[in-house]
Design a binder for this molecule. Structure first.
Ligand SMILES: O=C(O)C(=O)C[C@]1(C(=O)O)C=C[C@@H](O)C=C1
Length: 286
């Protein structure tokens, strides 16, 4: 080792040769992946733009990434790399862009959108959840990113989701919950009606509470998790397959309407709602 603490030139050159070899392998694999997507496009026979999203498949892929991961590279970085790859290949199959609600915490929401969908999409800012959802409906192809923390005046914006053939809830961010995670603003991802009918683990619904201030604990005791509120209007998650009417009756909720479904995420070394996240011990193989 040299006096500066740096290894000798030969050692560094050998390590850099290893890095170059690994980079070339990764790049070749991406080129191979691109050919596989070419074949997939033919097999899926996609006929309309924005129809390539497969949220259940993506959740499954991310769970396997978490299970396989080890070493010093942060899992959020691995997630972002894969999301960039998947989002780009989704767009190669059937074009789409992304709108985000810039009315609250615009910078953070823009980061969430870029983290999830990378730089191959065009990102447009919208002036509120309702405007974002209206854009998804009008475009018929684009995705929306809406922060779950909204001011009271935003109202029950989720009531515009889940109508037949219209925009619906597709995913919750973050999918992987870890302490100190970058880009961790809770957000709902909204999509046009999906071609893929694979059921996700969590169903979301809109509801009106019988009276003001029904505590989250009351909904939890009935089997639901409150994601957002506006006065007596609630956005609630329940395990898919649970009878919505039974939960509503137990929790004192009326006027229930499904708004979509999302995958159950993964929490690593951090407390998380057990309905929304499966908790894994970091480093342990599930
Ligand atoms: O598996 C598919 O159906 C794909 O379209 C491929 C792919 C991917 O790039 O891996 C892209 C989009 C989907 O949301 C899921 C996965």
């Amino acid at each position: 080792m040299a006096a500066s603490g740096e290894a000798d030139a030969d050692t560094l050159a050998a390590l850099r040769a290893t890095i170059d070899r690994l980079d070339a392998e990764m790049h070749h694999r991406l080129i191979e992946r691109s050919s596989a997507i070419g074949a997939l496009i033919k097999a899926k026979g996609i006929v309309r733009p924005g129809a390539a999203f497969r949220p259940a498949r993506e959740a499954d892929m991310l769970r396997r990434l978490v299970a396989r991961h080890e070493g010093a590279l942060p899992i959020a970085t691995v997630e972002h790399i894969w999301r960039e790859i998947i989002a780009t290949f989704t767009r190669v199959q059937a074009g789409y862009d992304v709108a985000f609600d810039a009315s609250v915490d615009a910078e953070a929401l823009r980061d969430v959108a870029r983290f999830l969908f990378g730089f191959s999409v065009t990102l447009t800012a919208r002036g509120g959840p309702a405007a974002t959802i209206a854009h998804i409906r009008e475009s018929g192809t684009d995705l929306g990113v809406i922060g779950l923390a909204q001011p009271e005046e935003a109202g029950a914006w989720w009531r515009a989701l889940g109508r037949p053939g219209g925009p619906r809830a597709m995913a919750l961010h973050p999918f992987i919950k870890i302490p100190g995670r970058p880009v961790d603003v809770p957000a709902l991802i909204v999509s046009p009606d999906l071609t893929d009918a694979t059921p996700l683990e969590i169903a979301l619904f809109a509801a009106t509470a019988h009276h003001d201030g029904v505590p989250d604990e009351t909904i939890a005791a009935a089997g639901g998790t409150v994601l957002a509120r506006a006065a007596r209007e609630l956005l609630v998650a329940i395990p898919a397959g649970t009878r919505l009417s039974a939960v509503a009756a137990r929790a004192g909720l009326d006027d229930v309407a499904p708004v979509g479904g999302v995958a159950r995420g993964v929490a690593l070394g951090v407390a998380a709602d057990p309905l929304l996240y499966e908790t894994l011990v970091p480093g342990a193989r599930p």
